[in-house]
Unconditional design. Sequence first.
Length: 265
Amino acid sequence: MKLSFLKKLIIGAAIINAPLQSMAWGTEGHRIAGQIADSYLTVRARAAIKAILGNESIAITSNWADFIKSDPNYNYLSVWHYVDLDKEYTYPELKEFLEHDAQTDAYTKLNFLVAELKKKDLSKENKLLYLRMLIHIVEDVHQPLHVGHTEDKGGNDIKVTWFNNPTNLHSVWDSQLIEFQQLSYTEYTAMINHTTVAERTEWQKAPISQWLFESNQIANKLYSETKTGDALNGYKYNFEHIATVNQQLLKAGVRLAGLLNQIFG
């Protein structure tokens, strides 16, 4: 009886922790991007979002789509988090590819979610689900390895060490680089959230295809410089890549705000 209870406890813990292994940006990264987005909302968009989320902030709700992976009823959402691009595209090639994209992936579902959230007769239940997913996926596609290769599961199969601890390339970009800064998500946001009107205008006018192209370009560079078995020197790797991490978090937040203002503003 005791053994059976222990097994159940272990299985339960595994289920609860499962989504933490594959979060884009990790919990903190998503919250940073969400907090940035919150700072650029219009008054009208902020009111509309509060009517849907209640007292839950964008920063906090941004992790819902990862946490819900522990519920089998939401398994169908797992492929919404990424786009696989298994070759290096020029931007015109990528736009052509996406025009014919019929897969269930981050690109097609983002377009779906934007269209649905603009509908006046959308049910309260779907408004909440779709808003949570929109927030999360916009942030996801700015994590470069969510626009990576199928064959290595977006860098998950590229096994490396980080400060001599076994991990993988995807996890380094999800969480380890961000956690290495040793800041709370509000402190991190305050540190990097400094943009000009010109920057925000440029980033927000870029179509989703441009977001994916930028992330894929970064992913391809990471692939070119990293192979399974590499021992990443944490200090050196941080020095070389943290500016890119911060830029992608900033773009995610600014572009998310632009999209929410467009839908609800």
